[in-house]
Design a protein around this ligand. Sequence first.
Ligand SMILES: Nc1ncnc2c1ncn2[C@@H]1O[C@H](COP(=O)(O)OP(=O)(O)O)[C@@H](O)[C@H]1O
Ligand SMILES: [Mg+2]
Length: 279
Amino acid sequence: MTLDDKKLSTSLDSMRQLEQELKGNYHALNELRQLQMLFESYSEKLSEKTNQLEKSNEELQKQTQRAENLAKIGELASSLTHNLRNPLGVITSTVKIIEVTSKDSLDEKTLSRLSRITNSANNMFQQIEDVLNFVRKKPLDIEKVSLLTLLQSAVNNIETPERVTINLPDNEILLECDFSKLVIVFMNLITNSIQAIENTGFIHIRINEDSGTVTIEIEDSGSGIPSELLPKIFDSLFTTKAAGTGLGLVYCKSIVEQHNGTITVKNNPTTFTIKLPGN
Ligand SMILES: Nc1ncnc2c1ncn2[C@@H]1O[C@H](COP(=O)(O)OP(=O)(O)O)[C@@H](O)[C@H]1O
Ligand SMILES: [Mg+2]
């Protein structure tokens, strides 16, 4: 009981006592009852307000926690950028030197492997940049793009093991969005699906447009997400993997929300659903 609640209940007790004393004096009793009713409705409103205040306080604490987590991500991103840029630069420049100096002696397969190394290193650069962008909340670079090309780029940028089959959609949708940021969103989701598939399995990607909303679904035949973890997976730094960062889904949610969209997840089968405003 709060101090205010205590004061109110003492006042209500005194009123009840007064009611006993005023027995027979109908006019005074009537006035007292009206006063009592007024008092009770005031007391109800006060406890409603207290509840609202408690809720706002809880929300404020959550926001502070989120801000602290973001600050941690910022620190992590800065140190990652610093530590990874140099070795990545060494990788890309060495590959370039090999490509230029040994061009004639290298077969097609080796050349394509080398270009894959460069692509992967560039993707890592891009991801580091994008985590920083997320921390800095850079505005989107919107253009009209083919959703199919976008998904294809995401798949091409990932090393998919042979045990996993990815089924891309065969319909096409044009979408106004930030191409490179959404490619990384889908790379994150597809990578998570690949990591969740222990042996062989599949990833189905479906797209459709209805009443001005574009829906993209990524379904996988992986291990699923334990139901008690479902509410946590979009929290920053939440991971169940030994080498996970817990940044992937935070990034996805942030980018999707920057596009005024939503991202949700369900089990059986594990399906991530992204809804974006369409044409
Ligand atoms: N497709 C999926 N299947 C099962 N679990 C998933 C899937 N996607 C995400 N998760 C769960 O959500 C957690 C957070 O994912 P994410 O933010 O990408 O971070 P990370 O991949 O670094 O762990 C993962 O550690 C995993 O437990
Ligand atoms: Mg991930």
